[in-house]
Design a protein around this ligand. Structure first.
Ligand SMILES: Nc1ncnc2c1ncn2[C@@H]1O[C@H](COP(=O)(O)OP(=O)(O)O)[C@@H](O)[C@H]1O
Ligand SMILES: [Mg+2]
Length: 308
């Protein structure tokens, strides 16, 4: 597989539960070694998408390929090269992290390669995820954040080439979140792991991902690096003011020109002038709100106009 060939390819992916279409034609690719964040509000279909890629759910339509294989028909061998961190994991309450990781690691021994030894040794693994002080403690006594680190350890014990993480930092405090972000960057940079993670936290997507995909209304409505998305949307500036006491607001790409005209054209009293550039967050929220109020296509069209 060449450096540039996508390791994950999704084309016209559709998913319908009963009579509800959750995914209405999702398209994206992920290249080798990329960290991609699938960002969207609750219920957007992030877990659905990622579980289809993991081979855990059968899709209603479209084409999906992960490491050259359709996950719906994947073998044990394929599974051994994929790491998975589910949104919630089953319990191993009476085990200790070290014992659980050593046990799960044995499954990967036959898949060891000279350039990629498998599994990661349990001692090394607990320190990679920052659990060295809790390695021999019963799992049921770990805190929420510590358990989530263990979930990640379970996901990477086989030194996967592709790692799927579904809302990995839900419930983390700020310090745990920062540690986690560093760990993910290390995996991507040092282990050449391709990572697809879901989050509903725009800041997390910005910090972690090489590329962000915004999923809402059953489609990917915007994609790009945080810088690309931000540079595109910050062309818009919001201007608010009061004119003879009445409030006004507009969005413009030329705030200076607009203000010059406004002030020249009127003798009204202008007060409470407020000029602010739109942020990536404003755009994200506008896209999501547009879909929730049934004006999704308008919001997407407006965004595409900005992007193109
Ligand atoms: N097994 C299922 N049966 C019926 N509806 C489902 C099922 N799984 C998810 N859904 C619905 O599909 C939508 C997307 O869910 P999900 O993929 O979990 O979204 P997200 O992870 O983005 O929050 C939600 O409205 C959810 O209620
Ligand atoms: Mg989810």
């Amino acid at each position: 597989m060449s450096q540039t060939e996508p390791v994950i390819r999704v084309e016209a992916l559709r998913m319908r539960y009963g009579s509800t279409d959750v995914l209405g034609g999702v398209d994206f690719t992920v290249r080798l070694g990329e960290v991609v964040a699938l960002l969207g509000p609750n219920g957007a279909g992030k877990t659905t998408t990622i579980e289809i890629l993991e081979g855990f759910r059968m899709r209603s339509g479209g084409e999906v390929s992960v490491k050259g294989t359709d996950p719906a028909r994947a073998s044990e061998d394929w599974r051994a090269h994929i790491g998975i961190v589910l949104q919630s994991w089953r319990d191993h309450a009476r085990w200790t992290p070290r014992r659980l990781l050593a046990h799960l690691g044995r499954f990967y021994e036959p898949y060891s390669e000279p350039s990629r030894t498998r599994p990661i040794d349990a001692d090394e693994l607990v320190s990679i995820v920052g659990l060295q002080d809790h390695a021999d403690q019963k799992i049921r006594t770990l805190s929420g954040g510590e358990r989530r680190r263990l979930d990640v350890a379970v996901g990477i014990v086989g030194r996967p080439e592709i790692l799927f993480l579904d809302e990995p930092t839900a419930g983390f405090d700020p310090q745990a979140r920062r540690d986690f972000h560093e760990m993910i960057r290390r995996l991507a940079d040092h282990e050449r792991t391709t990572i697809l993670l879901t989050t509903h936290d725009l800041n997390e997507a910005e910090r972690l991902a090489d590329r962000i995909l915004i999923l809402t209304g059953g489609r990917i409505v915007a994609a790009g690096s945080a810088d690309q998305l931000a540079a595109l949307v910050t062309r818009e500036t919001r201007v608010r003011w009061r004119q003879n006491g009445r409030p006004h607001a507009i969005h413009t790409r030329d705030a200076v020109g607009f203000l010059r005209e406004l002030l020249e054209a009127t003798t009204d009293e202008i007060t409470d002038l407020d000029v602010r550039r739109s942020t990536l967050e404003d755009t994200y929220l506008a896209l999501v709100r547009g879909h929730e109020s049934g004006r999704g296509d308008e919001a997407v069209a407006a965004f595409e106009e900005v992007v193109s």
